[in-house]
Write a protein that binds this ligand. Structure first.
Ligand code: C2E
Ligand code: CA
Ligand code: CA
Length: 395
């Protein structure tokens, strides 16, 4: 198997020939390389490349023979880039980007074939490229449908009540996005949240969620006669790191005439990938009075460092821990540790996904302040939420 290595060539040496099977590309460390096409005895020069440039890269994407030859112009030192080094990166690229890469490659090959006076290779899609095309098509078509659904205002927040585990009063709610299809079906975000977050559509969707839930907030506050009632809004990474995020949130809040202490932003650690900028926005949000809850802690690439750096007010215990904690000791230990850490950091706790009385009792016993889950209520439209009694019947 090819590994990381270097090759040196004297001046005027062939590096590879048109028609060779290639499984690596080269990065020029020093010297120059000439790329040319061989047509009978004739050589058609294509390009001279120098330091820092790459050649032979086409064979990394697929395994079709080299469509041009390469020769060193002067003494050169080359770093070999193997297929293994690239393959995982290509595989994890967006399917639309992969399809585009393939199309560009095919076009380049065709150009080289024209220069060689050869017939163009028919494009014979193997199973893999059919699959790739379908994946790209599906992705683009979902994005298009989402974009027009957003324009046609087919998204709305559903609200799930959050209870004080001590008093069993509703103290707030989480706003969760729902797509109300034209056929009357209500579609949960599992099937499209990634597509929204991968594109800039999340900005429009996120703003819609902020606008609508803040507009509903005054009704909720008066229904539950609680001036501390809060709405918790999920904010995606791309949305949070947009430079206008806070300004737009403030605009929307002023329009709705609600106070920032009644608004909780649910964030994941992913926003911290943006480094100091994210931290600065977090601090600004806190200064302006917004509450910040850390969502999904412990499910991803959790870092305790983030937990201490972020100016949080709440920590949410993920549904995956709730569902396992009464079955396996490890999950219970993690929950106990989370609770302990939250105490040390002065954070309030919200337990997610409470489905059984057992789970509720465990959280109560451990002193968790708040909880939500199907045991109490599922997410529902605003009209239904306004019919809820402020206190749950005793369990
Ligand atoms: P999340 O923020 O962790 O939200 C909790 C999910 O658990 C919600 O799924 C909720 O409906 C569900 N849930 C609540 N209680 C229970 C329970 O007792 N049992 C079970 N099995 N599930 C329960 P949903 O609404 O499908 O949302 C899924 C994810 O989509 C959310 O996970 C969140 O990451 C994302 N999401 C939802 N709305 C938005 C939004 O407006 N913006 C962004 N950026 N993401 C959103
Ligand atoms: Ca959430
Ligand atoms: Ca969660």
């Amino acid at each position: 198997m090819a590994t990381h290595h270097k090759k040196t060539f004297a001046a005027n040496e062939i590096i590879f020939r048109q028609g060779d099977l290639g499984d690596c590309a080269y990065l020029i460390e020093s010297g120059r390389v000439s790329v040319f096409i061989e047509k009978g005895n004739e050589e058609i020069p294509l390009k001279i490349l120098g330091e820092g440039e790459v050649f032979g890269e086409m064979s990394l994407i697929d395994s079709i023979p080299r469509s041009a030859s390469c020769r060193s112009v002067d003494r050169c030192s080359l770093i070999v880039v193997t297929k293994d080094q690239l393959i995982d990166r290509i595989k994890s690229a967006d399917p639309v980007v992969r399809l585009l890469m393939k199309a560009l490659l095919e076009r380049l090959r065709d150009q080289n074939a024209i220069l060689r006076n050869e017939a163009l290779a028919p494009s014979l899609p193997g199973d893999q490229s059919v699959f790739e095309k379908q994946e790209a098509l599906q992705k683009m078509s979902l994005e298009n449908r989402l974009a027009s659904a957003l324009d046609e205002d087919e998204f709305t927040p559903y609200y799930q009540p959050i209870y004080s585990l001590k008093t069993k009063n509703i103290v707030g709610c989480e706003a969760l996005i729902r797509w109300l299809g034209k056929d009357g079906k209500i579609i949960s975000p599992a099937s499209y949240i990634d597509a929204l977050e991968d594109s800039s559509l999340i900005l429009q969707a996120g703003q819609m969620m902020i606008d609508k839930s803040l507009r509903d907030l005054p009704d909720l506050i008066s229904q539950f006669k609680n001036s501390d009632f809060f709405v918790s809004i999920n904010v995606g990474g791309r949305q949070f790191s947009h430079p206008d995020f806070l300004a737009k949130l403030e605009e929307s809040r002023n329009r709705a005439q609600v106070s920032s202490h009644q608004i909780k932003l649910e964030l994941t650690e992913r926003i911290m990938m943006n480094g100091p900028l994210a931290l600065a926005t977090l601090r600004e949000c806190r200064l302006k009075g917004y509450k910040l809850a850390l969502d999904d802690f412990g499910t991803g690439f959790s870092s305790l460092q983030y937990l201490t750096q972020m100016p949080l007010s709440d920590l949410k215990i993920d549904r995956s821990f709730t569902s396992r904690m009464n079955q396996d000791q490890k999950s219970l230990s993690i929950v106990q540790t989370l609770i302990h850490m939250a105490r040390l950091l002065g954070l309030s706790l919200i337990a997610e996904g409470i489905e059984t009385l057992d789970q509720l009792k465990s959280f109560e016993a451990m002193g968790v302040e708040m909880g939500q889950g199907y045991y109490f209520e599922k997410p529902m439209p605003i009209e239904a939420f306004l019919q809820l009694q402020s206190q749950v019947k005793a369990g």
